[in-house]
Design a protein around this ligand. Structure first.
Ligand code: NAD
Length: 450
């Protein structure tokens, strides 16, 4: 059986590599010729721990190939995993442009029976639309070729994608065809050796599960950020509240971290897409609207603290920003909170000095050139002559910063911790004016009160 993975982004490349690692023959196809060229010469276009070794190993062993040609790939394929992007359209809807363009390329070329497996995150009803689209394309070609369409939403987390793909919490298979379900189970069997985690359901429920799961995660984050906002006013400490809440087995500790709001390529667009989808059914989603509103506000919150601290005008101030990617472990900059902070600071005339352990290249591609931006090669270079440091992405290497050297290199002593990485009292003892999320700020000699 030859598995074709269409789209070699975060999901497609990881899925293709992991399927090959388990012994399958896989072709990864993308219309981005540069990406395919790079992959063929062993260069991985994204940062994802463990991925490069896996891609190299499986390419050398001949189980994993890369192609930019539908003509070459489609005739060989038995199963097509669709892993193309589904970004937000103008009204928040999931744009299915890439998906249908890829489907057309396949349906125009398929010569034998095929299973289309939809890994991209798509609204409920898309499997049915895909089926209709393929039927029409085949009818226009005047050919009859059997095919099935299966929903198989992806749940991997960037930064841990290889692990998640190799040891998934669950594999959802959305199909009404017992035969297609059997083929899918056989493909995923090598991933299920410790115990079965395949859940078979109808396509609509599988599609809905993906949106419901991401909306739940976004809700937990916004919930904690709302609680953190109140803690800043009433003197409670959100970190302690999190531990107290999480100890309840009905709640648990995960996804309850206050911070700078959710970003990345999934939660923001999926919450929007689900609200748009509900709108098509003339239903409002007040809960998700609030989740989104809180998130937008939260992304501004660190910038607002910095602006208040410096009295509203930052023309003479320099802020070092540590961490740019939307979360640690990835170079993905899509909807990263750092982008909002940088915009806020530049708008008030601040100079910003940027550093991220892996996302510098990705960040420089989307942050427009600006005379007040300095790109730095280390955290120590970033803090040079800075009046304040803003910790935005909690990379592990920032956990044990050399605070003495940091203060020596800085001009000021303000530290804005967007991820609650440090103990406020310790930071005050070290000589910082320290601000975090949902905890009382500790100042030694701040000019302006929080
Ligand atoms: P991505 O933007 O990183 O990659 C998409 C790839 O598809 C690109 O390389 C693009 O060139 C390619 N592509 C676009 N049109 C094509 C076409 N017609 N033919 C062939 N290739 C084409 O996207 P991603 O982050 O991997 O996400 C893919 C899907 O998976 C989305 O629906 C996303 O919501 C979902 N998803 C993403 C994640 C994640 O963490 N990134 C997790 C779960 C689900």
């Amino acid at each position: 059986m030859v598995l074709l993975v269409v789209g070699t982004g975060y999901v497609g490349l990881v899925t293709g590599a992991c399927l090959a690692e388990m012994g399958h023959t896989v072709i990864c196809l993308d219309i981005n010729k540069d990406k395919i060229q790079a992959l063929r010469s062993g260069k991985i276009p994204i940062y994802e721990p463990g991925l490069e070794e896996m891609v190299t190993r499986n390419t050398v062993d001949g189980r994993l190939q890369f192609s930019d040609s539908y003509d070459h790939a489609v005739p060989q394929a038995d199963v097509c995993f669709m892993a193309v992007d589904t970004p937000s359209g103008d009204n928040g809807e999931a744009s299915l442009k890439s998906l249908f363009s890829a489907l057309q390329s396949i349906a125009e070329r398929m010569t034998r029976s095929l299973i289309f497996v939809n890994k991209s995150t798509v609204p409920v009803g898309t499997c049915a639309q895909v089926s209709e689209f393929v039927a029409k394309t085949l009818a226009a070609r005047n050919v009859k070729i059997p095919y099935e369409v299966v929903s198989n939403p992806e749940f991997l987390k960037e930064g841990n994608a290889v692990q998640d793909c190799m040891k998934p919490d669950r594999i959802l298979i959305g199909t009404n065809s017992a035969e297609a379900a059997e083929v899918m189970k056989s493909i995923y069997a090598p991933f299920m050796l410790s115990h079965e985690r395949i859940i078979v359901m109808d396509p609509a429920s599988a599609e809905m599960t993906k949106y419901a799961a991401n909306s739940m995660l976004a809700t937990r984050i916004s919930f904690m950020n709302e609680m953190a906002g109140l803690c800043e006013l009433n003197g409670a400490d959100i970190n302690k509240v999190r531990v107290g809440m999480g100890a309840d087995s009905r709640i648990g500790y995960t996804y309850l971290y206050p911070g700078l709001g959710y970003g990345g390529s999934c939660l923001p667009k999926d919450v929007k897409a689900l609200m748009h989808h509900a709108g098509e059914h003339e239903m409002e989603m007040p809960l998700l609207s609030a989740v989104e509103g809180i998130n937008e506000r939260q992304k501004q919150s660190l910038g607002e603290k910095i602006i208040r601290y410096f009295g509203g005008d930052l023309a003479v101030n320099t802020v070092a920003i540590l961490g740019l990617s939307f979360k640690p472990g990835t170079d993905d900059m899509r909807f990263a909170p750092s982008l909002v902070l940088i915009r806020q600071l530049l708008a008030l005339g601040a100079k910003v000095r940027l550093f991220d352990p892996v996302a510098m290249k990705a960040a420089s591609q989307i942050i427009p050139d600006h005379e007040n931006i300095t790109w730095c090669e280390s955290e120590m270079e970033a803090v040079l002559d800075a009046d304040a440091v803003a910790l935005v992405t909690e990379w592990k290497q920032f956990r044990f910063l050399n605070f003495t050297a940091l203060l020596e290199n800085m001009r000021g002593n303000a530290f804005f911790d967007g991820r609650n990485q440090y103990d406020p009292k310790e930071m005050a003892k070290r000589g910082f004016d320290y601000f975090s999320i949902g905890r009382k700020p500790l100042h030694t000699k701040s000019p302006i009160q929080n």
